[in-house]
Design a protein around this ligand. Structure first.
Ligand SMILES: Nc1ncnc2c1ncn2[C@@H]1O[C@H](COP(=O)(O)OS(=O)(=O)O)[C@@H](OP(=O)(O)O)[C@H]1O
Ligand SMILES: Nc1ncnc2c1ncn2[C@@H]1O[C@H](COP(=O)(O)OP(=O)(O)O)[C@@H](O)[C@H]1O
Length: 198
């Protein structure tokens, strides 16, 4: 049951202090796209590039978070909404800690992503659409899940029998086919550099 008798506590050390100590501007890089679109691979490459610049980061990935924090959730629309809500809350805490947070979740519903966006200050939430045609994701099928979904062994699979709502105005739009992972990751670094994040 939700408790309403709770008052927000402020402390002398806050987001501004922590960011200054770390010498960086915190933000969340929210990667969204179909399974197999390249979210994890590109997020990992971006995190490496940020680490080379001595920036402090944390990468949260759907497959990993679903082993722990969200291990009780499946792939119904309601469970996906709860998954994204929890990840948004954790990302918000990490931003408060002064980190640059990278998240790699399908996050197929606009309403769920917009709810997370609304938790952040203007400019702190950067939506990155990894836009890869379903046919290419399916041909990659690195985990064999599309094959299982087509065979009816997995239900509610995004792009097959569960929807993916593409962002209309993401901050960054990456068409991740016929380009290298390095080129895709550089699009993110260029955006951050051109928009004064470092
Ligand atoms: N039914 C169904 N639909 C989509 N994906 C499935 C499903 N079942 C298992 N998987 C695996 O779970 C990964 C997606 O988890 P997410 O937490 O990112 O999904 S969501 O944001 O809550 O929609 C996804 O990882 P990625 O391929 O990295 O996207 C899959 O490996
Ligand atoms: N630009 C690219 N060119 C070629 N292969 C890619 C590219 N981006 C990702 N891949 C490959 O596609 C597969 C799926 O990528 P992954 O990052 O696991 O996707 P997601 O996290 O969206 O499910 C992996 O085998 C990865 O190496």
């Amino acid at each position: 049951m939700r408790c309403n008798q709770v008052v927000w506590q402020s402390f002398p050390v806050n987001k501004k202090t922590r960011s200054q100590l770390l010498g960086q501007r915190p933000c969340v890089l929210w990667f969204t796209g179909l399974s197999g679109s390249g979210k994890s691979t590109i997020a990992g490459a971006v995190e490496s590039m940020l680490a080379e610049r001595l920036l402090h980061t944390y990468l949260m990935d759907g497959d990993n978070v679903r082993h722990g924090l969200c291990g009780d959730l499946g792939f119904s629309d309601a469970d996906r909404a709860e998954n994204i809500r929890r990840v948004g809350e954790i990302a918000s805490l990490m931003i408060d800690a002064g980190l640059i947070v990278l998240t790699a979740f399908i996050s197929p519903f606009c309403s769920n992503r917009n709810m997370v966006r609304a938790r952040f200050e203007e400019g702190d939430f950067i939506e990155i659409h990894i836009d890869t045609p379903l046919s290419i994701c399916e041909s990659r099928d690195s985990k064999g899940l599309y094959k299982k979904a087509r065979a009816g062994e997995i239900s509610n699979f995004t792009g097959i029998d569960s929807p993916y709502e593409a962002p209309e105005t993401p901050e960054i739009h990456i068409q991740n086919y016929n380009i290298s992972v390095q080129m895709a990751a550089e699009q993110v670094i260029d955006y951050l550099s051109q928009n004064g994040y470092f």
